[in-house]
Unconditional design. Structure first.
Length: 143
């Protein structure tokens, strides 16, 4: 499945509000064209954005209705987590500034947690994260 391309270029050319709408469209196209189970990696702005409130609310309701959400964090401590996440964001070359992104992340973190069915803390390769998520899912399922 292909999408709109490089996120930074897309936002620069089309604006963040349109990115939020397009991101939502890609999600719905993906989810409803697949048979369960399917996995969707959602961007941070998919469930929280300062624009497109109706789109974001539809996203939230839909994720709860059709799926099980996992919040993957690189550290349990919010300050350490913010440092890791913001450092990654800034390195992506999207002209993001740590003094703006850090408070935004820390403000959003409790909301991300409240929306998640499961929180998994892991730092490492994607395969290890998938294993950790799966192990936590199995443990919860067997309780």
């Amino acid at each position: 499945m292909s999408g709109p391309g490089h996120i930074g270029r897309y936002i620069k050319d089309n604006g963040y509000a349109r990115y939020v709408r397009e991101n939502s469209k890609v999600f719905f196209d993906h989810v409803f064209r697949r048979s369960p189970p399917c996995v969707c990696a959602l961007s941070s702005g998919f469930l929280i954005a300062e624009v497109e409130a109706k789109t974001v609310e539809l996203n939230r309701v839909s994720v709860k209705k059709v799926g099980y959400s996992v919040l993957l964090l690189p550290h349990a401590d919010p300050d350490q987590c913010a440092t890791i996440v913001v450092t990654r964001q800034v390195r992506r070359g999207l002209n993001l500034r740590p003094e703006i992104e850090r408070p935004k992340f820390l403000e959003r973190l409790p909301v991300y947690r409240s929306l998640a069915d499961q929180v998994t803390v892991f730092q490492g390769r994607p395969e290890g994260a998938a294993h950790s998520i799966f192990a936590q899912l199995n443990k919860a399922k067997n309780l």
